[in-house]
Write a new protein. Structure first.
Length: 93
């Protein structure tokens, strides 16, 4: 059985993670770049993981830089894929 003192920090961490994720999503939505709205973000320990797909390398970098500004104390792992224009496929596939 867990002691109450052992449970609260984990819940606090999850709440903090959700706040970081929501802050990044909100910045993406308010950036004016509609290509960022369907991206995914999650916090794993002390890293922020970005995923999804965008149409340009510029959007990939923009998403990453927004995440860096929002959470400067986290490492950002950018797993966002850039799809080739007009094909709907990923480069190199």
């Amino acid at each position: 059985m867990f002691k109450e003192s052992e449970i609260k920090p984990a819940a606090a961490d999850e709440s903090c993670d959700l706040q970081v994720e929501n802050a990044i999503r909100q910045r993406w939505l308010s950036s004016g770049h509609c290509g960022l709205r369907d991206l995914k973000v999650r916090v794993e320990r002390d890293a922020v993981v970005l995923s999804g797909e965008v149409s340009t390398y510029f959007l990939k970098q923009t998403a990453q830089e927004v995440a860096r500004v929002v959470c400067q104390d986290h490492q950002v792992k950018n797993l966002i894929a850039v799809r080739e224009p007009g094909t709907g496929t990923f480069p190199g596939t």
